[in-house]
Design a protein around this ligand. Sequence first.
Ligand code: BTN
Length: 284
Amino acid sequence: LRRDGYQITSAPNRGYRLAGGPDRIRAGELAGALAGRTVGRELVCLETVDSTNTEVKRRAAAGAAEGLAVLAEEQTAGRGRRGRSFQSLSGKGLYLSILLRPAVSLAELSQLTAWTAVAVCRGIQSCCGAEPQIKWTNDILLNGKKLCGVLTELELEAESAAPSHVVVGLGVNVSQTAADFGPELADIATSLELEGFSVRRAELAGQILAALDDLYAAFPAGKADYLSDYRARCVTTGREVLLLPAFAEAVDDDFGLVVRCPDGRRETVTSGEVSVRGLMGQYV
Ligand code: BTN
């Protein structure tokens, strides 16, 4: 371990103490913190992979049990929503996907993505004290810029259309600099380090996996707690959104976005993306 960069102190008759470690994610370090939990009961930590979501899908097809978590130092083909690519620089972010096999209806499952946003915020907050917010439906922001993206993918059984498994993937920007983001992203993306929070990614991974496990244990019965936290963190409501156009008023009891149209009509939007005036350089 010392050879690998872990700082270990020792005292005669008192034993050893882990004083610090390298910023690397290792299953051995995470396993102890996650003992007894469903999420993270199998941990696969890779140096490089095309996409952790794709790797979980491959393993799910081969029969992996729910709770599998795949983490990678680097992704060569990280994916975002709507076919976009997700920048995944080596060692600078947390790239993590988990496999769930929830026995719930499709309607309930559609809310999992909003729950995930809450769990990720809680994990980040308990790791370093940062208080992330949520841009509906599940972009995680810090100080108005995107800190983390979530990609939830669902596999249905062809015969019954019943959900067979869900892959929840998330990418947290940890130590990127403004130069890492480049001019295109500099105004809309940020990292924990850029906002003044220095974290070890292994610690962050452990806290987020634990928060995801808490979520999964509460899903779907513990909705009230997640819904109120979601509403408290949601920065979309109370702002104009470029959608119809319309004004975002509230998040309803099913995590839908309630918007007021120019003619006074109210509509509920349940999926898709909205541009929010004044957030992430959008709709200004
Ligand atoms: C988005 O913001 O559009 C979602 C980005 C999701 C990125 C994460 S990184 C880990 C996992 N693997 C992927 O290929 N994508 C997700």
